[in-house]
Design a protein around this ligand. Structure first.
Ligand code: PLP
Length: 388
């Protein structure tokens, strides 16, 4: 779909991208200066595989400030993106046929990564047809082969922030069963409505060292630094040691220039995260207003991230077909819910401009809703709907 959108864009068509998974802001100046300073020394060599000590120190401070826990340096591994951190964890934890519980809707990479390391993804879909996971559905799916559960809140693709009650329950459940809990917290500060979701650590008395909670984080989403490719994991020393061995045979350390950028972001002025969050919250309000006025579309209000996952099944139950149709007819890029384990839905991103959001939804409405006017201007072309 992205390739087709790019092809149309290059042909001069006015394509609107509601599929994007990254904010539009520029990287923080502190990140740029810090990486430039490293480059200027001309002394750009390997760091320890698990990360430059100064970046690990910044991550420890970040964890203390945001999670109320002080990990030891041996509890931290820096990777080339949160993605590599998650893959590393799965590669380290799983034996062939071990099962990992993945909560639908889920980030597309989880099931693929589990399969790549010869594990078995077990998808748990809320039985009540909603987007928030339920402990009773999860408990039913857990068996003797379950090694880990992945929790991603705020969630890509739904934008839902899981309730504190649920997080407390799942932490307790995993501890009781001796299951690893992988908390992908990559969006943890992009939350709205004055809320602050409680991190997993708040629901356990165990020290990081004795706990089976693994926290994944990174700079991609909060600082708008997706291209810098730095993420990390916080886990017990034993796990970090094995992850480090794995990583040392695959990529060695993450790029030291980009580690310096991450350190600059974490130690620089943090208001950048808040201003990004405010922009995105405003965008969330705008997209919600547009979607709530859209006949037949059901949408759960996102509490974080820059995504929402409206239910379009009243128009087409096949999300791939619907997404292709919207690109062809209305020149709007969306992501089919099928990719996230939620058929009948489309993931819409509100990380872009207000204009993209309002015009994108107006075009979708024009393409689908027979009650909307049947003419629209796309770029300088007047289009007439002749399929409803
Ligand atoms: N986890 C989730 C839920 C994501 O949505 C993404 C990126 O889209 C990642 C992890 C990957 O983050 P990174 O860019 O740090 O690899």
């Amino acid at each position: 779909m992205n390739e087709e959108a790019e092809f149309l864009r290059q042909r001069g068509e006015s394509v609107i991208h509601l599929g994007i998974g990254e904010p539009k802001n520029r990287a923080p100046i502190s990140a740029i200066l810090s990486s430039a300073a490293t480059l200027n020394t001309g002394d750009v060599k390997y760091s320890p595989t698990d990360g430059a000590p100064s970046l690990k120190k910044a991550i420890i401070t970040y964890t203390e400030e945001n999670y109320g826990r002080i990990p030891d340096p041996d509890n931290v591994i820096v990777c080339s993106g949160a993605k590599q951190a998650i893959f590393n964890v799965l590669y380290t934890l799983l034996n062939p046929q071990d099962e990992v519980i993945i909560l639908a809707p889920y980030w597309v990479s989880y099931p693929e990564m589990v399969r790549m390391v010869l594990g078995v993804p077990v998808i748990v879909t809320p039985e009540d047809g909603g987007l928030h996971p339920r402990m009773k559905d999860i408990a039913q799916a857990v068996g003797s082969a379950t090694k880990a559960i992945i929790v991603n809140s705020p969630n890509n693709p739904s934008g839902l922030v899981y309730s504190d009650e649920f997080m407390a329950e799942i932490v307790e459940f995993c501890e009781k069963k001796g299951i690893y809990l992988i908390a992908d917290d990559i969006y943890h500060k992009l939350v709205f409505d004055g809320k602050r979701p409680a991190p997993c650590y708040e629901f356990t008395d165990k020290e990081i060292e004795d706990s089976k909670i693994i926290v994944i984080n990174g700079i991609s989403k909060l600082y708008g630094m997706t291209g810098f490719r730095i993420g990390w994991a916080i886990a017990s020393e034993k796990l970090v040691r094995v992850m480090t061995n794995v990583q040392s045979q695959v990529t060695s350390c993450a790029s030291v220039v980009l580690q310096a950028a991450a350190e600059g972001a974490l130690t620089g002025i943090q208001s950048i995260v808040e201003s990004l969050r405010l922009t995105i919250e405003n965008n969330r309000n705008i997209i919600m207003k547009e979607l709530e006025a859209f006949n037949g579309v059901k949408v759960t209000r996102p509490g974080g991230t820059f995504y929402c996952l409206p239910n379009f099944s009243a128009y087409n139950k096949d999300s791939v077909e619907l997404s292709e149709f919207l690109l062809r007819k209305a020149l709007v890029v969306t992501v089919p819910g099928k990719e996230f384990g939620m058929e009948g839905h489309l993931r819409l991103s509100y990380a872009g401009s207000v204009r993209d959001i309002t015009e994108g939804i107006a075009r979708i409405k024009w393409a689908l809703d027979p009650d909307s006017p049947n003419e629209i201007y796309i770029g300088n072309k007047k289009l007439v709907r002749d399929w409803l």
